[in-house]
Design a protein around this ligand. Structure first.
Ligand SMILES: [Zn+2]
Ligand SMILES: [Zn+2]
Length: 336
């Protein structure tokens, strides 16, 4: 039911993907620096990292896939894999890694050789982790381009040890680059018309590729909007000429979703947050709420203290947050 509504969201707000040339530049595995990220985006690669929001068409060289757990099956990098491990407290299984110099090729983690800390550009971390499918090439690369030769678990352990420190830097950069937009006093919640800037633990946002950010006062309003966006936004207000880079939204979802971790007050991805719904003791700006947390451990702890259930993003819907929820018949609230 909910995914149908999200598809409706896409129909309303998203646009036809532009067709792009899909030729990868011919690269040699001994080149220390090859183009990364891929520009223009290579749309034969599909997927988005739910932890940081980056897209596989650009970051395919460091892409990682695994058995789905808690609704997640792919990430952009060792950094985001380590971060997802922190959030879930669980190790992923059946991990497949992209070969850096042949990003169309995915190999099992157990057969990968990883050069960590070379001069090659990495993803989400200043210490790049470059995957090879054979030891000889990896060792030669490390000799020429610097870095240490590790196996998969060594590389993941290195990523785990720096993930929390790197996350702080990344958040600052994401705000600077406009990937996360702080709401201003003039931004209004499109659902209830309140001022999200006044709710430092309630504020949350979605961004669509058409160059638009919607700020909400609370996750209650966010999920109400996600379930029925066309009720709150007039589609004719979305300007397709603003699309840059070209539209590579994942189907049926807005491009970026950010919520605030209730413990630290820091922005975190809405798709990899854990939420407590059904608390009978604590309420948010709109009353019933899906309280976001950075990890399932923190969400569970809150649920034990305050009632409610800790769930992942895929299990949240407005009908579960607010008992007896019914949408109004018609509202268009445009902030432009
Ligand atoms: Zn990522
Ligand atoms: Zn609101």
């Amino acid at each position: 039911m909910r995914s149908l509504k999200r598809r409706q969201f896409l129909k309303t707000l998203s646009l036809t993907p532009l067709s792009l040339a899909v030729f990868l530049p011919d690269v040699n595995a001994m080149d220390c620096k090859v183009p990364h990220p891929l520009m223009p985006p290579q749309t034969q690669f599909q997927g988005q990292c739910p932890v940081c929001g980056m897209v596989r068409p650009m970051w395919a060289r460091t892409w990682i896939r695994f058995n789905p757990y808690q609704g997640v099956e792919q990430v952009c990098s060792f950094h985001c894999l380590a971060d997802w491990r922190v959030k879930t407290g669980q190790d992923p299984t059946d991990i497949m890694l992209a070969v850096y110099h042949e990003p169309g090729k995915m190999i099992p983690a157990g057969s990968a050789f990883v050069v960590s800390g070379s001069v090659a550009a990495g993803t989400m971390s200043p210490v790049s982790k470059i995957v090879f499918d054979n030891r000889t090439t990896a060792a030669e690369f490390a000799q020429r381009c610097g870095g240490d030769l590790l196996d998969f678990s060594g590389a993941l352990a290195a990523a785990k040890s720096s993930v929390l420190k790197e996350n702080k830097m990344i958040k600052v950069r994401q705000i600077k680059k406009g990937k996360i937009v702080e709401p201003s006093e003039t931004d209004r919640c499109p659902v209830c018309n309140m001022v999200p800037a006044r709710y430092p633990y309630g504020k949350c946002q979605i961004q669509i590729k058409a160059g638009k950010t919607f700020h909400f006062c609370s996750t209650q309003c966010l999920f109400a909007f996600m379930g029925n966006a066309s009720l709150y936004v007039d589609p004719s207000n979305i300007d397709p000429s603003n699309i840059d880079p070209p539209n590579i939204d994942p189907p049926g979802e807005p491009f970026l979703i950010w919520v605030v971790d209730r413990n630290s007050g820091m922005w975190t991805s809405g798709r990899t947050a854990f939420y407590v719904i059904g608390s009978s003791k604590v309420f948010g700006p709109m009353g019933y709420e899906a309280f976001p947390f950075n990890s399932i451990a923190e969400a569970s702890e809150f649920a034990v203290e305050n009632g409610g259930t800790a769930v992942n993003y895929g299990d949240v819907a407005i009908e579960k947050i607010v008992p007896g929820w019914v949408y109004p018949l018609k509202i268009f609230r445009t902030e432009d």
